[in-house]
Design a protein around this ligand. Structure first.
Ligand SMILES: *Cc1c(COP(=O)(O)O)cnc(C)c1O
Length: 404
């Protein structure tokens, strides 16, 4: 089909499986934290592709990395290795607790690899009985059958036949519940250091200390799903760096490629060695295009300037939200870390997150929700102060329009 074929939002309902309900406009162009739709209307983007567009849209360094690599080599398969993958792996190891890396294409795939590796490690080291995985209520780990089974939101696994066995859930930030559930049959405890989809809720440091100790006592691996919280989002390269614990396995995706699909599972040698030749794989995982882009994204994010900038930008946004809240009394809590911000609606406004999202869009502002009662912001880590100020003005208009 030629590029001149006209398409519109109604074509979504005609052609696409109805598993999404996209908004009524179609963006066609972006630059930094601004987007333009088919009609040329401009929006300030505080959604950031759901914590993916860490450097905003069309960042010149990403375009350069992508086009440079596109002229050299796109794909080889894992029969051969490639330079961008090896460079990116070395960079990730240098920057974190990790000693080995596995590349995938999405958060769910990185988690799938993490859960399979944990079971394989336990099987090899302790025998087949040690296969149980403990995860948290309300957690989100992706949409494959294994990851919806580990995820703590039953609505995502119901109706797809039996969930995978050997998985249980305990409330987040509740050490007694974990202590009552964990045993020597547990191979892994899976935690989002900040629950993203579950409402932007951060883990307590005391709880994490306890989780780490229980994992050590029962020879279970601690898996951190940092698909949403990682890559500078919190003002550290990874959220675990602001906690008193180290994980044994960490997954990252979303911001890793800044918009190019790539994911990674990071781990330590004594665990990694249980993924021997042939045990696991991915056709596209670690392809040169994705790795070249991610290498450049990592170089830019993992600097003092950008990470400190996240802290500053959070302050601007939270100050603005608090001023708005003083005027309108919308939120009972403004929480999260860095540029992953959740604003919980007051009791009287429960269920209004989608409504505010729609009102904001009318005012030229893109925001997210995390469940029906929380407005979520996950903007570019490089968003300009002027964009933040204008975004807050547009949000004020949207809020005024809410009760009109
Ligand atoms: C988005 C997300 C995933 C799933 O990532 P996909 O790339 O959509 O597969 C997994 N875990 C967390 C914490 C996420 O936020």
């Amino acid at each position: 089909m030629s590029e001149s074929m006209q398409v519109s939002r109604s074509d979504f309902d005609r052609y696409m499986v109805p598993n999404y309900a996209p908004v009524d406009m179609i963006p066609v162009r972006g630059r930094g934290s601004r987007l333009w739709d088919q009609q040329g209307r401009e929006y300030i983007d505080l959604a950031g592709g759901i914590a993916v567009n860490a450097l905003g849209h069309a960042h010149p360094a990403m375009i350069e990395a992508l086009t440079e690599q596109a002229g050299k080599l796109w794909h080889l398969s894992n029969v051969m290795t490639n330079e961008p993958a090896l460079r990116l792996a070395a960079r990730l190891i240098e920057a974190t607790f990790a000693e080995k890396v596995f590349f995938a294409n999405s958060g769910a795939e990185a988690n799938e690899a993490a859960f399979k590796l944990a079971r394989r490690w336990a099987h090899d080291s302790f025998g087949p009985d040690k296969h149980e995985i403990i995860a948290c209520t309300n957690s989100f780990h992706g949409r494959t059958l294994f990851t919806v089974s580990v995820g703590g939101q039953p609505k995502y696994s119901e109706g797809f036949g039996p969930a995978l066995p050997g998985i249980s859930h305990v409330p987040y930030n509740d050490l007694a519940a974990l202590e009552a559930t964990i045993s020597d049959a547990t191979c892994a405890v899976v935690v989002e250091p900040i629950q993203g989809e579950g409402g932007v809720i951060a883990a307590d440091n005391d709880w994490l200390r306890g989780v780490r100790a229980l994992c050590d006592r029962h020879n279970a691996l601690l898996v951190f799903d940092e698909v949403q919280s990682g890559m500078g989002r919190t003002g550290k390269l990874f959220a675990y760096m602001d906690t008193p614990v180290l994980p044994d396995i960490l997954t990252t995706a979303k911001s890793l490629g800044g918009g190019f699909p790539i994911a990674a599972m990071l781990t330590i040698d004594r665990v990694a060695k249980h993924f021997g030749v042939g045990t696991h794989g991915s056709t596209y995982g670690g392809n040169p295009l994705g790795c070249a882009v991610a290498e450049r994204v990592l170089d830019i994010i993992n600097t003092r300037e950008v990470l400190d900038g996240v802290v500053q930008r959070r302050q601007w946004l939270v100050d603005g939200l608090q001023a708005l809240n003083a005027e309108f009394g919308l939120f009972s809590e403004i929480r999260g870390r860095g540029l992953l911000i959740g604003a919980q609606f007051v009791e009287a406004r429960r269920g209004q997150a989608r409504l505010l999202q729609e009102a904001a869009q009318k005012a030229g502002l893109l925001v997210l929700q995390a469940g029906p009662d929380v407005m979520r912001l996950a903007p570019s880590l490089l968003i300009e102060q002027q964009d933040i100020e204008e975004a807050l003005q547009r949000l004020r208009l949207a809020v005024q329009g809410l009760d009109a």
